[in-house]
Design a protein around this ligand. Structure first.
Ligand code: 13P
Length: 246
C-alpha cells in the first residue's frame, strides 16, 4: 500500500492542529487503499492522538533521542512517544543532518532504537546540490544507507526510506519523476545487496517540493511507493489533494 506522509516540520500549534483535522478528516473520509501519515511537532502529538484515535490516519514523530530516558535536556524518547500511538518516526531528515549536525553514525543509533521499540522508521537520504553536480548522487545515497543500516542488515524490511534530494526541499524545484525513479530503483536494488534475505517490503518515498500539481506524476513511477510532503502538507486541502491524486 502506498504511504502518503506529511512532515509538518516546525509548524502548527496544538489549536491549529485541531483546526487542521477538522478540515482534513472529512476530505479523506473513507480512503482505505493508501496509508495516510501525519508527523506534527511534538507539542501537537497529544491533541492529534486524541483526534486520530480509532481513525485510519496514522501519527508519526519527526525526531527522537535514541536513549530511553536520562539526562538529555530538551530531548524526547521513544518510550514517551509510544504513549501517543506513534506508528512511524522520521530518521535522518536532511534538516537534522545539515542544520543540527546529525551524523550517519548517530542516525544508525536512532534507527537501531526505533527498530528495538517496534516503531517503523522512515529513513531520509539524499544528496546536496554540489554532490549531484559532481555526479555523486548514487554514491552519497548508498553511503548514507549502508552506514544507517550497519549492524541492522537483517532488518531491511522493517523500515521505509524517503529519497529527498536536499536541493529539492522547500525550493519549488523538485527532482524530475524520471530522476527520482532511477534513485528509487537503485535504493531497492541496494537493499537486496545489503540483506541476502531481503523480501522487498521497504517502500521508497519521494520528498522535495511535492505539491498537488506534481504528485500524480511521481506516483506513476514504478518504484515511487509514496511521498513525504513538507510545505504542501500544511494546508489541509492541498494535502488532501495529494492524498487523492492517484
Ligand atoms: P517540501 O515538501 O517543503 O519541499 O519538504 C520536503 C521534506 O523535507 C519532507 O520531509
Amino acid at each position: 500500500m502506498k504511504l502518503i506522509a506529511a512532515n509538518w516540520k516546525m509548524n502548527l500549534t496544538p489549536s491549529q492542529t485541531k483546526e487542521y483535522f477538522e478540515k482534513f478528516l472529512p476530505l479523506v473520509e473513507g480512503i482505505k487503499d493508501r496509508e495516510i501519515l501525519i508527523c506534527p511537532p511534538f507539542t501537537s502529538l497529544c491533541v492529534a492522538n486524541e483526534i486520530l484515535r480509532d481513525k485510519w490516519v496514522k501519527l508519526g514523530a519527526q525526531n527522537f533521542h535514541y536513549e530511553a530516558k536520562g539526562a538529555y535536556t530538551g530531548e524526547i524518547s521513544l518510550i514517551m512517544l509510544k504513549e501517543f500511538d506513534i506508528s512511524y518516526v522520521i530518521v535522518g531528515h536532511s534538516e537534522r543532518r545539515w542544520i543540527f549536525g546529525e551524523s550517519d553514525e548517530l542516525i544508525n543509533k536512532k534507527l537501531t532504537a526505533a527498530l528495538q521499540y517496534g516503531i517503523r522508521p522512515i529513513l531520509c537520504v539524499g544528496e546536496r546540490i554540489e554532490e549531484r553536480e559532481a555526479g555523486l548522487t548514487f554514491k552519497v545515497v548508498e553511503t548514507q544507507i549502508r552506514i544507517a543500516l550497519s549492524g541492522l542488515e537483517a532488518y531491511t524490511d522493517s523500515l521505509d526510506i524517503a529519497y529527498e534530494p536536499v536541493w529539492a526541499i522547500g525550493t519549488g524545484n523538485p527532482a524530475t519523476p524520471e530522476d527520482a525513479q532511477l534513485v528509487h530503483a537503485f535504493i531497492k536494488e541496494l537493499l537486496f545487496g545489503i540483506n541476502p534475505n531481503h523480501r522487498g517490503e521497504t517502500r521508497v518515498l519521494y520528498g522535495g517540493s511535492v505539491n498537488p500539481q506534481n504528485s500524480s506524476e511521481f506516483l506513476k513511477m514504478k518504484d515511487v511507493d509514496g511521498l513525504l510532503v513538507g510545505g504542501a502538507s500544511l494546508d489541509p486541502e492541498s494535502f488532501a489533494k495529494i492524498v487523492k491524486s492517484f
